[in-house]
Design a protein around this ligand. Structure first.
Ligand code: GLA
Length: 388
C-alpha cells in the first residue's frame, strides 16, 4: 500500500498517484492500442471512436494491453478568429469524447501535422504549435501522432535543394511540438510520422519522440507488410524504453491477408518490439483475428521488460530466422517462410541464439504442440517459439 508520506508528497505537487506513475513511465514499453486510419480513414466519427473504446473493453483487448484509442487524420476544421483549432461536424465535442474514453479505463490520442495542412488536406499546426498543444492537453488527450506531410511544402520553399537545411528544418519542427507538449504539463506520448526520413531512429529521441515511423504507409496485403517488417533488420539497437521504432500500424482483421499472413504480421511486429496499434473494425472482428491480436504470449514478447527489440539471425532464400532475448533469460524465435509453398524449417544452433542449450520449447501459436522440429511452415507463415 502507498505510504501516507508519498500521498502527501504527490498531493503537495498537485499530482494524482496515477499521473505521477504515468509521467515516469511514458511509453516504457511499446505503446498498444487502436488507431482509426487503417480501416476508417477519412470516414471516422465520434461514434466510431466510442464504439472502438467499448469494443476494446468487451473483447478483453484493453485488459490485454491495448490502452490507446487514437483518432487519426480528418477530425480538423479551420480555426476561430483567435486561432484556436476547431473540430468538424464528425467530432462535435472533443472534451466529452475524451471523458468517455477515459471513463472506460483507456487513454486517447490525436493526430496533427507541423505543416499548414495534414496529409488528407485538413488544418495542420503550422505556426500554431503552442496553441494546439494547449488545446490537446485541455481537451484531455494523452498521445499525439505528428505527421510531416504538409510541412514538406515549407521545406521545399525554404530549403529548396539544400537537403541538409531541409532535414534541419524537419528536426526543428518536431522539437518545437515536443517543447509545446512538454510545456502543457500533461504526459502526452509523442509519435513521429515522417516515414523514416534521414534515418529517424538516429535522432528521434533527441526531438522527444517516444516512437517514430521507420517506413512509408503499410497496406493490407502480404507484400507491403513483409516488405516493411523484414526491412527492419539492423534497427534493434535504436529501441529503448520511451523510444521505439514504429513499422506502422497493424492491418490484422482488415480482410486482405490470410490467417497465416496476419499471424506472420503479429509475430514479426512482436519480435520488433513494435507499437501494437490495431487498425481493424473492432465491431466486426472475427474470432480468428481476435485470437491473433489477443494472444498473451505474443503480446508478452512484444512488451517484454528487458526492452530489447529482436533482430534477424539469418536469411537464406525465402527463409528468415529472427530472435528476441527476453527478461527471464529465454529467447523468442520466429521461423519465417516467405515463400509461397509449405516448407520445413529447423532451429539454428543454440549458440546462434545466444543460448548454451535448449531445455524447453513453447509453441506460441499451437501451445499443445511439443515438436522439437523440423516444423512444416505454410507459405507466408511462421513458427513462433519461446526457448528456455
Ligand atoms: C499519412 C500517414 C498515415 C495516416 C495518413 C492520414 O499517410 O503515414 O499513417 O496518418 O497520413 O492522412
Amino acid at each position: 500500500m502507498r505510504s501516507l508520506w508519498s500521498m502527501v508528497l504527490l498531493g503537495a505537487f498537485g499530482l494524482s498517484a496515477a499521473a505521477g506513475a504515468q509521467t515516469a513511465k511514458l511509453a516504457a514499453t511499446p505503446p498498444m492500442g487502436w488507431n482509426s486510419w487503417n480501416h476508417f480513414a477519412g470516414r471516422v466519427t465520434d461514434k466510431d471512436i466510442r464504439d472502438s473504446a467499448d469494443m476494446l473493453v468487451s473483447t478483453g483487448m484493453r485488459d490485454a494491453g491495448y490502452i490507446y484509442v487514437n483518432i487519426d487524420d480528418t477530425w480538423e476544421a479551420g480555426r476561430d478568429p483567435q486561432g484556436n483549432i476547431l473540430t468538424n461536424e464528425k467530432f462535435p465535442d472533443m472534451k466529452a469524447l475524451t471523458a468517455y474514453v477515459h471513463s472506460k479505463g483507456l487513454k486517447i490520442g490525436l493526430y496533427s501535422s507541423p505543416g499548414p495542412k495534414t496529409c488528407a488536406g485538413f488544418e495542420g499546426s503550422y505556426q500554431h504549435e503552442e496553441q494546439d498543444a494547449k488545446t490537446y492537453a485541455d481537451w484531455g488527450f494523452d498521445y499525439l501522432k505528428y505527421d510531416l506531410c504538409g510541412y514538406r511544402e515549407i521545406m521545399d520553399k525554404e530549403a529548396g535543394k539544400d537537403q541538409e537545411k531541409a532535414y534541419a528544418m524537419m528536426h526543428a519542427a518536431y522539437t518545437k511540438m515536443d517543447k509545446a507538449l512538454k510545456a502543457t504539463g500533461r504526459p502526452i506520448v509523442f509519435s513521429l510520422c515522417q516515414y523514416g526520413w534521414d534515418s529517424v531512429w538516429k535522432w528521434g529521441p533527441t526531438v522527444g519522440g517516444n516512437l517514430w515511423r521507420t517506413t512509408g504507409d503499410i497496406q493490407d496485403n502480404y507484400r507491403s507488410m513483409a516488405e516493411i517488417g523484414f526491412s527492419q533488420a539492423g534497427l534493434s539497437k535504436y529501441a529503448a524504453p520511451g523510444h521505439w521504432n514504429d513499422p506502422d500500424m497493424l492491418e490484422v482483421g482488415n480482410g486482405k491477408m490470410t490467417t497465416d499472413e496476419y499471424t506472420t504480421h503479429m509475430t514479426l511486429w512482436a519480435m520488433l518490439a513494435a507499437p501494437l496499434l490495431a487498425g481493424n473494425d473492432l465491431t466486426k472482428m472475427s474470432p480468428a483475428d481476435k485470437a491473433i491480436l489477443i494472444n498473451k504470449d505474443v503480446i508478452a514478447i512484444d512488451q517484454d521488460p528487458l526492452d530489447k527489440q529482436g533482430d534477424r539471425v539469418s536469411a537464406e532464400g525465402p527463409f528468415e530466422v529472427w530472435s528476441k532475448p527476453l527478461k527471464d533469460g529465454s529467447v523468442a524465435v520466429g521461423l519465417f517462410n516467405r515463400g509461397e509453398d509449405t516448407e520445413a524449417m529447423s532451429l539454428p544452433a543454440a549458440s546462434a541464439l545466444g543460448l548454451k542449450s535448449i531445455k524447453s520449447i513453447h509453441d506460441v501459436w499451437s501451445p499443445g504442440d511439443t515438436t522439437k522440429g523440423p516444423w512444416l511452415i505454410p507459405g507466408h507463415g511462421v513458427e513462433l517459439l519461446i526457448l528456455r
